[in-house]
Each structure stands twice: as structure tokens, then as C-alpha cells.
Write a protein that binds this ligand. Structure first.
Ligand code: SAM
Ligand code: SF4
Length: 363
């Protein structure tokens, strides 16, 4: 395909599976054209602001056994922890004092009543800081609709639950095929989150064993069909203490996973110009410039880690996680400088909701 034909696709409003695959297959100068167009669309719709979510990794106890994740129940090498109330609330206060505007509470999946009540309590306490000035995103896995409602009523308003892969067959290649890891339940949870009123986010890992362009195009169509408000996309990073690690030799190189992640972000920005998109830490883990590249390809959210230093090494979803040793104030200066260098600026003291969601709820 010549550059002119390729450029035409970049301006199409109605990208279908075949056209998406053409864009995802782009290389060299055509890949550059795609990334440039996505940046243009983002700046047109969202300006050059980057929103922050101070990430609090609440605990690494997990009931699940996802085949790719270092926190899986079956990994006996992990020192399990759970932050105290004081630790969570000081992280939230720090996020407020640094002007982050929002926090994201993430953890392994638990569904015991103590956990559910504790999260409800913590969300209410975070909401008391400075008269409710902090936005709250949760990423705590699959729960009942009743639990989602309790946490929403307590004050959380965004929820991230990645579908991991929207292709049911591939989903079961990266999860055990049992009731605890049901694809149907995951989709139902996303529907329940939307019904509850959350700005609902989902996402996938890029570069999984046996993942094809067709799978990835299907993922982007899934996001559009689900009409989600946020997406978090990142490269898959093999973890040696997980079952999926044995397929390590059969996945694309780190550069290929990074490039494909950037193309996924860019194509999605063309398809959904006003959603929030996270530049995942996994990008920076496989490429020192990965987060900035994701921002330049169309992402607009960064999640600096606020988890107390002594716990960070125990939240090893994948090896060599970026910023594990960074301290929040250092992280902030480093982010300000890195973003200014690529023509972006942080929007401090704001929730940074997705315009796609805000417009819909105002209708
Ligand atoms: N337990 C919650 C859940 O699964 O939604 C939240 C925490 S989980 C660690 C957050 C995300 O980490 C998952 O959605 C998954 O996509 C990502 N993740 C886990 N293992 C990974 C790996 N090896 N490489 C890249 N991302 C990974
Ligand atoms: Fe648990 Fe989430 Fe990791 Fe799955 S991805 S093992 S649910 S922490």
C-alpha cells in the first residue's frame, strides 16, 4: 500500500477489522504517520494535558491463578503483604499534597467480607481528605455488582478491569479454564461496572504467546463496542515464576511488543478520540522512554507509584518493574521534565475524567 492510500485510512471514521489490521501492521515511515496522526487527534480533543493517578498497591494477596502474573496464588515465592489503614491514608494524603488530583487503589483479587468492608472504609476515609478533592480509581478485580455498588456509594468513581484478551480462546490460554477464571464473568463484571455508574476502563496485554493481529484488532473493536471510558494497554512481560513463562521463546521481541503497544494506543485514539488512556509502567519497563512514547502515541494518563518503598519489591507482577526504587517527589520532578521535553504538561489538582464519559453523562 502506498503512503497516500495509507494516509486515507488514517482519516476514516469507520475503521473496521480489516482496516485496523492494516494500521497495526504498519512499519517504518507508515508507523510514524500513524503515531503522528494519533497525537494530532489527541491534541485536538484533549489538549496536551497528562493526568496523574497516584498508584497505591494495597496488597498482593490474590485468590486467582492467572498464568502470566507474578502475584498468582500458586506462586509460593512471594512475600504477601497488605498495607495498614494508616499507610494507605498517608499515601492518599501525599497524592493530595503533591497535587496529583486522583489516586488509584490496586491489589490482588480478594472477595472476602473483611476485604470488601475494608475497601469501603478506605474509600470513605480518602474522600474525607480536603473535602473530597481526590478522585478515586479502583482496580481490585472481579466482584459482585453489590460490592461494586458499595464501593461506588463510598466515593470511588472509576474502575479498571482489563479483559486481558477479548478473544475467549486466547483468554483461556492465559487463564486456567475453571469457574474462578471465567471469561463470561469478566465481561459481565464490565457490564455491571458500567451499570453501577463507574467510568469503566479495560485493556489487554500486547505480545502474548500466540496472539495475532486479528486478536489485537478484535480487542480494539471490543473496547469500542463496550463503549468504555478508559483503556490501559501494555506489553506482556514474562515472569519466570509463572506457567506462561515456558512460552517465552515464542513471543515477539521487547521492541516488537513495544511498537505494537504504541500502534494499539494510536489506532484506539483514532477510534475513540476522547477516552482516557494510560501509559502503563510496563512500557517503561521494556523501554526507558516507553511512557513518553505512549504519551506521544495518544495516551494521556500516568500512574506514578506511591506504594511505600518496602513493599514495592513484593508487588512484582513482572520482573524489572520500572520506578521500583523511585520516591514520589523524585518521580514528580522527573515526570515534569520528561513530559515538558515532549511538549506535554501535567494537569495538577484535577480529577482528569474522560471527556467521553463526562459528555455522555451530561446528555
Ligand atoms: N488483580 C487485579 C486485576 O487482575 O484486575 C488488579 C491487579 S493486576 C496485577 C493488574 C494488571 O497487571 C492486570 O490486569 C494485568 O494485565 C497486568 N499484568 C499481570 N501480569 C503481567 C505481566 N506478566 N505482564 C504485563 N502485565 C501484567
Ligand atoms: Fe491476581 Fe490480578 Fe495477578 Fe490475576 S492479574 S493473578 S487477579 S493480581
Amino acid at each position: 500500500m502506498n503512503d497516500e492510500q495509507f494516509r486515507d485510512i488514517l482519516y476514516r471514521q469507520d475503521l473496521d477489522r480489516e482496516l485496523i489490521k492494516v494500521l497495526l501492521a504498519a512499519e517504518g515511515s507508515q508507523m510514524e504517520m500513524l503515531l503522528r496522526r494519533a497525537l494530532e487527534v489527541k491534541l485536538e480533543h484533549m489538549d496536551n494535558y497528562v493526568h496523574l493517578r497516584g498508584l497505591i498497591e494495597y496488597g498482593n494477596v490474590c485468590e486467582k491463578n492467572c498464568l502470566y502474573c507474578g502475584l498468582r496464588r500458586g506462586n509460593g515465592k512471594v512475600a504477601r503483604y497488605c498495607l495498614s489503614d494508616d499507610e494507605v491514608l498517608s499515601c492518599a494524603r501525599l497524592a493530595h499534597d503533591l497535587g496529583y488530583g486522583s489516586v488509584a487503589l490496586q491489589s490482588g483479587e480478594r472477595s472476602d467480607p473483611e476485604f470488601i468492608a475494608k475497601i469501603e472504609y478506605l474509600v470513605r476515609e480518602i474522600k474525607k481528605i480536603d473535602g473530597g478533592s481526590l478522585g478515586i480509581t479502583l482496580s481490585l478485580g472481579e466482584q459482585t455488582e453489590d460490592t461494586y455498588c458499595r464501593w461506588f456509594d463510598a466515593g470511588a468513581h472509576r474502575y479498571l478491569l482489563r479483559i486481558e484478551s477479548s478473544d475467549e480462546e486466547l483468554y483461556y490460554r492465559i487463564h486456567p479454564r475453571d469457574a474462578k477464571h471465567s471469561f463470561r464473568t469478566r465481561v459481565d463484571c464490565l457490564e455491571a461496572l458500567k451499570r453501577t455508574g463507574y467510568q469503566t476502563g479495560t485493556g489487554v496485554m500486547v505480545g502474548l504467546p500466540s496472539q495475532t493481529l486479528d486478536h489485537l484488532a478484535g480487542d480494539l473493536l471490543f473496547f469500542r463496542d463496550m463503549d468504555v471510558a478508559m483503556v490501559g494497554l501494555g506489553p506482556y512481560i514474562p515472569h519466570p515464576d509463572t506457567p506462561l513463562y515456558r512460552f517465552k521463546g515464542a513471543i515477539p521481541s521487547a521492541k516488537e511488543r513495544m511498537d505494537m503497544t504504541l500502534k494499539m494506543i494510536a489506532v484506539l485514539r483514532l477510534m475513540m478520540p476522547e477516552i482516557n488512556m494510560v501509559a502503563a509502567t510496563a512500557n517503561q519497563t521494556i523501554d526507558p522512554q516507553g511512557r513518553e512514547k505512549a504519551i506521544q502515541a495518544g495516551a494521556n494518563v500516568i500512574m506514578p507509584n506511591l506504594t511505600p518503598g518496602e513493599y514495592r519489591e513484593s508487588y512484582f507482577i513482572y520482573p524489572d518493574k520500572a520506578c521500583v526504587k523511585d520516591m514520589p517527589d523524585h518521580c514528580q520532578t522527573c515526570l515534569d521534565i520528561r513530559l515538558a521535553a515532549i511538549g506535554h504538561r501535567i494537569q495538577y489538582n484535577a480529577w482528569g475524567d474522560s471527556p467521553a464519559f463526562t459528555k455522555k453523562t451530561k446528555k
